[in-house]
Ligand binder design. Sequence first.
Ligand SMILES: CSCC[C@H](NC(C)=O)C(=O)O
Ligand SMILES: [Zn+2]
Ligand SMILES: [Zn+2]
Length: 409
Amino acid sequence: MDTNQTDKRNKKEDPAVTNFREYLRIKTVHPFPDYDGAIDFLGRMAEGIGLPMKKIEVSPGRIVVLMTWEGTNPSLPSILLNSHTDVVPVFAEHWKVDPFSAEKFENGDIYARGTQDMKSVGIQYLEAIRRLKNEGKKLKRTIHLSFVPDEEIGGNSGMGRFVYDEEFKKLNVGFALDEGLANPSEAYTVFYGERRAWWLRVKCTGNPGHGSRFIENTAAEKLRKVINSFLDFRAKEEEKLKGNSCLRLGNVTTVNLTMLEGGVQYNVVPRELAAGFDIRIPPEVDLKVFEERIKSWCEAAGNGVTHEFIQKSEGKNVTSTDGSDPWWNAFYAACTEMGMKIEAEIFPAATDSRFLRDAGYTAVGFSPMNNTPILLHDHDEHLNENVFLKGIDIYCTIIPALADVPHSK
Ligand SMILES: CSCC[C@H](NC(C)=O)C(=O)O
Ligand SMILES: [Zn+2]
Ligand SMILES: [Zn+2]
């Protein structure tokens, strides 16, 4: 890139974009995220905006940063704006620029890990609050902003703990916003629920012996049956999705064979082989029935086939998208009044929203990124600065609409 051009652009850069790029340069990347760097940065942001900030250690060395903008009626249930500070690792050699340089191209595309997932959202919340405060706005309900660690490694040591912490209970949360996904079209996607993640390890045992013989009842024969049952089901679900344009990924069950373990030597038939599956189940599927199905697939594969869950999410809470629900109504009306097209879906993977919903809170997943390819966890993750800035405008409308929800919830 022509650095003169970049400098020229940067001179007139919106300060919100500059803050976003600074946040992106902090390497909060697993497996050793620089959380101290993020906390220092957020502390400076809070000070600049005039928001009181708390640090809450929810598990050893894992700190949630909490900022608060008190409402005119702080006894009302509050609004929580949640984002996670960590990002997933990169394969830097496959990026066109250093993934932690936050380089901006001529067309305004900013490249960095976390541009979509989800440092953009964290800064958009803050810049929206800064603008609303500077305009002298007073909101009825208190707004809390939480910046949580460890979402990218499952969230158990971050939001999974925070949501049951006394400090969280004190927040009296009525409604929470958390992350969503980009949408390549003009529309914005909003998530009102998530599929349940089941990570399953199926172990097959059988007779060992010499690799040159026809050994009977081997672990491999059983494993083949297990894999076929799971993957046949996968194919049916894929067909279901492809055959019905009303369905989205979040409405069907996905199964992927993600792990294979076993074997000691090429000429030894192993006594034990195991397969790992990543299964994602929509909220409407009855988990008991589905688990029975899994058991029957394992039983049908022969004796000595057992299974264990590595991850088993069971929550089935979804946020109401009924027009009569005051939270949804406020959110949806604010969006549509701005002329936004909304597509309400089930999130195909897992976010921190599941902890909030499982603990009984109303949560919506929303990252205001339209006309943007979905690049979370991918090489060359990027976001255009204009989309980013438009997101701040959007929050400047949505946040007051939620904070002014008039009912007694
Ligand atoms: C079950 S914890 C894992 C969380 C992770 N979230 C995302 C967004 O990739 C996932 O769905 O695999
Ligand atoms: Zn995320
Ligand atoms: Zn992620």
